[in-house]
Design a protein around this ligand. Structure first.
Ligand SMILES: Nc1ncnc2c1ncn2[C@@H]1O[C@H](COP(=O)(O)OS(=O)(=O)O)[C@@H](OP(=O)(O)O)[C@H]1O
Ligand SMILES: Nc1ncnc2c1ncn2[C@@H]1O[C@H](COP(=O)(O)OP(=O)(O)O)[C@@H](O)[C@H]1O
Length: 628
């Protein structure tokens, strides 16, 4: 019993010592073969040799709680990846832990290939410092520029420029100075204020732990000395207390606790707070620490449960903030966006956006420009491809509490998630709000949709016809309208060919223009249904994402997706307008079914087989469904 008590006291003492040593999170980046693994491996081994007992304690600790079997689960020590973990996304970043006398380190080791920018961004978003490796023989490469750009974008202001493989250039000072100077120029452009360049041979161990006799001309610190001594400026400015609510703990009627990790600032009982985005105020009743005990105060990075003196309706995703210094609330932003999806980012297409603990629907309304990460040039862009960075306007379908990323990483950084695959496809940083959500209101009108529908004696609905060119959308929609009209119903056809002569005459047939085409017509259809009409939309609408977006604008049962199912050979055989012939001849680019995709609906309410049935019979099926 006594022995047990002694052991736990020793663990507590270790943890305490552990806590008081500063923590430095850093990433390593560089091209493949620059020597990253050697550098990290060596740092781990050599520091382990020096402080074996401490690491043994950590080994034991993580083995009890970790999820990695016998290996140390370094991810246990991190909270920054919570969002990705909840998404079930495997990000190939190896987190390693090591410590020396005054500091402990978490290093995110990111693979160097270009396609792993996602990993690099994930690692950078929680790092204080980047170790940028450069091969002394090669100097700065595209990867060096790209990774430095991303590190800077994600808020890293300290770089350790590790000029590696100095042994292969005979420890030549001129080579080192040349690289240091050209990196200095790059760092200046990127706003990386603190660069420490160190000549190195990770393989030989030069300047790793101790100053090397091979570089007598170098007077600066060794790698480990620098990592141990570097003073990191606190990130951002003092924005006040922020708690993104992870979940609400309500075990019984008398207790409602808001649980989360404090993103910034400090809190204590009695503080006046505001719940965002609602703006309701209250006071902190209790601050409960992770172990369950009441605390007199808590601050950034601590996991806590708060109770308030008033019953406020606060749920997951809300932010509890200092009332004296609240966060802003908005739904339109200017933001930098790093695109990581295999499919390009298309303006207008809805994605999930996760900021803090909140997940909302969002789309890019405009790409202001793309940034060439090698040259910093701003280029015009209609879409963003894999690994491209753009400056964009973002629209969220509901207001969120936020902060500029430069002020607060936790409430200024976001990720975009594909709604179909659930993959993380973008990571970004909010710059500023384009308008305050509170300034644009819904105008109340007394006559509502139900009243308009009553006066027309019909149930307003939208039948959304989708299918290849020549599949039969217009022919069937036309018959439907004719019959409904004859029955005294109020209808309207929105046809691609027609709408493209007016409202959408600025749009062509690229993917991004088709997305915008459908977004606009879906909004118009919604207004028409609101006006009490039966609307027949006849657009190819080739992408699932946009049909899904259109559906989401309507109430349940209001939207009927009608897939006009006609094989390509049949539609092409009909070739009503001679367009297929032209497309095959190469004179119409991006023609649906030929060199532009059509994504077959997965959950259409009606599938019309135009090979087996007549237009009249199919029109009747639609009418029956519309009048149900
Ligand atoms: N490149 C290309 N691809 C597809 N279609 C083309 C193209 N160029 C012109 N057209 C004609 O435009 C009509 C399709 O417009 P939509 O607005 O329905 O297209 S989309 O929904 O934005 O994909 C379509 O009309 P329908 O045949 O009635 O479908 C064509 O007549
Ligand atoms: N069962 C059918 N349903 C609809 N159209 C058909 C059918 N069978 C043949 N067609 C013919 O196919 C062509 C479809 O053209 P259209 O309605 O303009 O298609 P879309 O609007 O989809 O481009 C018309 O000439 C129509 O007469």
């Amino acid at each position: 019993m006594n022995a047990e008590r002694n052991a736990s006291a020793a663990v507590a003492a270790y943890l305490q010592q552990h806590e008081t040593r500063g923590l430095l999170r850093f990433i390593t980046c560089g091209s493949v073969d620059d020597g990253k693994s050697t550098l990290i491996g060596r740092l781990l081994v050599e520091t382990r040799g020096l402080f074996d007992d401490q690491l043994a304690a950590l080994d034991g600790d993580s083995r009890r709680h970790g999820t990695q079997g016998d290996a140390i689960d370094y991810a246990l020590l991190l909270d920054g990846l919570q969002a990705e973990r909840e998404q079930g996304i495997t990000i190939d970043v190896a987190y390693r832990f090591f410590g020396i006398q005054h500091r402990r380190f978490i290093v995110a080791d990111c693979p160097g290939h270009e396609q792993y920018t996602r990993n690099m961004a994930t690692g950078a978003s929680t790092a204080d410092l980047a170790v940028v490796l450069v091969d002394a023989r090669k100097g700065l490469l595209t990867q060096t520029r790209r990774h430095s750009y991303i590190a800077a974008l994600l808020g890293i202001r300290h770089v350790l420029l590790a000029v590696n493989k100095m042994d292969l250039v005979e420890y030549d000072q001129a080579v080192f100075e040349g690289i240091r100077e050209s990196y200095g120029v790059l760092a200046g452009q990127l706003g990386i204020d603190h660069v420490t360049a160190i000549p190195l041979s990770a393989l030989e161990g030069d300047n790793l732990l101790l100053r090397s006799p091979n570089t007598p001309w170098y007077q600066g610190p060794s790698v480990i000395e620098h990592l141990e001594g570097v003073q990191i400026q606190p990130h951002g400015r003092d924005v006040g207390f922020r708690l993104p609510v992870q979940w609400v703990n309500r075990p019984h009627q008398d207790f409602r606790g808001f649980v989360g990790t404090i993103a910034s600032g400090a809190v204590k009982p009695g503080d006046e707070v505001v719940a965002l985005p609602s703006g309701r105020r209250s006071r902190v009743a209790r601050v409960i620490a992770a172990g369950g005990d009441d605390a007199t105060a808590a601050s950034a990075d601590q996991a806590v449960t708060l109770t308030l003196t008033d019953e406020l309706d606060i749920s997951r995703g809300d932010v509890i903030a200092s009332a004296a210094q609240p966060a802003q609330v908005a739904d339109q932003f200017a933001a930098h966006l790093l695109w990581m999806g295999d499919q390009p980012l298309l303006p207008g297409r809805p994605y999930w956006l996760r900021i803090g603990t909140r997940k909302v629907s969002a789309s890019v309304t405009e790409i202001k420009h793309r940034i060439d990460v090698n040259t910093q040039e701003q280029l015009a862009a209609k879409h963003l491809g894999l690994n491209e960075v753009g400056y964009c306007n973002l629209h969220l379908d509901q207001p969120v509490a936020f902060e500029a990323y430069v002020d607060n990483r936790a409430l200024g950084g976001f990720i975009l998630i594909d709604r179909q695959t659930n993959a993380t496809v973008g990571a970004g940083t909010l710059d500023f709000a384009l308008r305050r959500a509170g300034n644009i209101h819904w105008q109340h009108v007394d006559v509502d949709k139900a009243a308009r529908a009553r006066s027309k004696a019909q149930v307003p609905r939208c039948a959304w016809f989708t299918g290849l060119s020549g599949s039969g959308k217009s022919s069937i929609a036309n018959l439907v309208e004719k019959r409904l009209h004859a029955m005294g119903h109020h209808c309207y056809i929105l046809d691609g060919d027609n709408v493209r002569h007016g409202l959408n005459k600025d749009l062509g047939f690229t993917d991004e223009d088709r997305v915008e085409n459908i977004r606009r017509v879906a909004e118009v259809a919604r207004l028409m249904v609101d006006a009490g009409l039966i609307v027949l939309v006849s657009f190819i609408s080739p992408f699932r994402a946009e049909r899904r977006m259109a559906r989401a604008l309507f109430d349940v049962d209001e939207f009927i997706e009608v897939f006009v199912s006609t094989p390509l050979e049949v539609a092409e055989g009909r070739d009503v307008k001679g367009l297929y012939a032209k497309a095959r001849a190469g004179s119409i680019p991006n023609f649906t079914g030929i060199d532009s995709p059509y994504e077959v609906p997965e959950r259409a309410e009606l599938v019309l087989d135009t090979v087996e049935q007549t237009p009249e019979a199919l029109a009747q099926l639609v009418i029956d469904r519309l009048l149900e």
